[in-house]
Design a protein around this ligand. Sequence first.
Ligand code: ATP
Length: 633
Amino acid sequence: MTTTATGLPPDDPEGRPGPQQQPPSAPRRPETEDSPAADSFALDELPTPKGASRTLLGSLLAPQRRRVRAVAVLLLLQQAAVQAGPLLVAYALDRAVPALRAGDHGPLIAVAVAAVLCAGASGGLQFGFIQLSARVSQEVLLDLRGRIFRHAQALSLDFHERYTSGRLISRATTDVESLRELLEEGLQELVTIILSTVYITATLVYLDWGFGAAALVSAVPLALLVRSFRHRSHRVYSAKSTAMAGVIVKFTETLNGIRPVQAFRRERPNDTAFARLNHEHARINGDTFLEMARYVVLSRLAANTAVAAIVLWGAYRVATGGLALGVLAAGVLYLRRLYDPIDRLGMFLNAYESAAASLQKIAGLLARRPGVPEPGAPATLPAVAPGRPGREAVFRGVRFAYRTGGEVLPRFDLTLAAGTTVAVVGATGAGKSTLAKLLARFYDPTEGQVLLDGVDLRALSTTTLRRGVVMVTQEAFLFSGTVADNIALGRPDATREEIEHAAKAIGAHDFIAALPDGYDTDVRKRGGRISAGQRQLVGFARALLADPAVLILDEATSSLDIPGERAVQRAMTTVLRGRTALVIAHRLSTVDIADRVLVMADGRIVEDGPPAHLIADRGRFAELHQAWRDSVG
Ligand SMILES: Nc1ncnc2c1ncn2[C@@H]1O[C@H](COP(=O)(O)OP(=O)(O)OP(=O)(O)O)[C@@H](O)[C@H]1O
């Protein structure tokens, strides 16, 4: 059983104006699954504000500014050392060799020493560069993953139900990974390519104006090729990121639901569906290679043609005495180096487009604003008078519609007096959980207010709200860790005595003490397995320890054996005592201990009163009560 402290700020996607800013006369148009925004979830293309990727990257790199500058300087120097090679060859051929012929060894020795120094410097600088750039990229990725995790926790249930955990995992893993590739390998490539191109072109111009100009002209077709490649690969990489997310979504969905999957023999259909997604991913991956191959072939063709033409022209000039042989040799070496990085440029562009597509998806996710935002200036709750149990909760003129459906709760008013236990009953889909979720502020009402002791829930800080209202939901979820950790979730600063005290009050102490390591038993390890009823008791102990003024309880529907049922019943009576409680009741015994019962049908409260009165009135509740009695025998 999960005790969920409320006040976690769920999101409101698409930057929709909050309900509080909407005029009451303009109810929000409910969004259907066919609407464009719903499609954006299905297509994994959340709307991303213009320039959001760049802003995100800027904000990630900003704290690393100094290191980024140092990385740039190291690269600059390293490139200078690398590119000095051909210049030394030209010097050796045109100066050192003639000097040697004349009996002067000096220039040749100088060339040899310079070559050794350049090689050493280049290696050392490369080492420093790799170390520093790896540190920058690790810091950036650490920050980004943390941001994704924190943001995902802050977004609403509504968002998570539509986006799914699979896509979030994909964002935090494969998409972050593609950014890592860009930062660690791609950027080094780019800077090296740019620097070497600048160095080489400048050296060519210095060696011979004609060579320089020819190299510049030959860059035009290459630039056009690069442009077209970028355009095409951007499309392919965006599709690849979506396809990868699709694979992960199917994977997590199946494994999260492994029990129904095996119970209903869904393995085969799942295999088929997974194979289709897997193939789709493989096909798109193939497209990325195809784009790369197309680029490499065309760019090499263009480069080789240019080199051949320039060499022919240079040879003619040497023959006619217009150019020194050493200059031609150095020129050809430089030209080869100029075109060499073209393949590497393709790889960089691949890494860049892959990272850009991923970054855009991450930026789209981070751009979602929490729909249940923290107030700018939080209000405080009035102090509880001594002896007064719980707080009063009021729904004032509340209406509610989920984003993906019609109106679920038509306008209503409801007051839950402090210290009373109110049971909510009704057919499935009547709106009981929705009512509870509004009180827990998982969602804000479309219209109207939910007040706690007269203060709008929207005005309360997360901490205050969490302390004030706690919801214990049906699903029996225990987090990894010990039993004690799981109970202390309701109040992390609780001492071991307080934890045990809560467990004893709930009647959970005996079974916990009987576990292999007692309160220190890891719930995920062998021997730590505990039954459904015991999980509920842990959930109650959690709530009791949190001691909220208002407790919302979604009673588990799963039936327990009679002793288990009694134990849960006793625990519930303990945890409800002395606070305001809203219980979604599925059991007769729960309704019997309630001070008041609300009967819901189609989102409306159709009967409201003490259970005895409702039975006497012979309405819906009386029928339901009779049916329960009959079933209990
Ligand atoms: N996240 C959601 N998005 C859209 N519609 C929803 C969502 N959750 C519930 N609904 C719809 O709201 C209506 C009320 O649902 P709710 O869960 O409040 O009913 P309930 O009375 O608690 O049912 P149950 O007893 O089966 O839990 C239903 O028609 C349901 O389809």
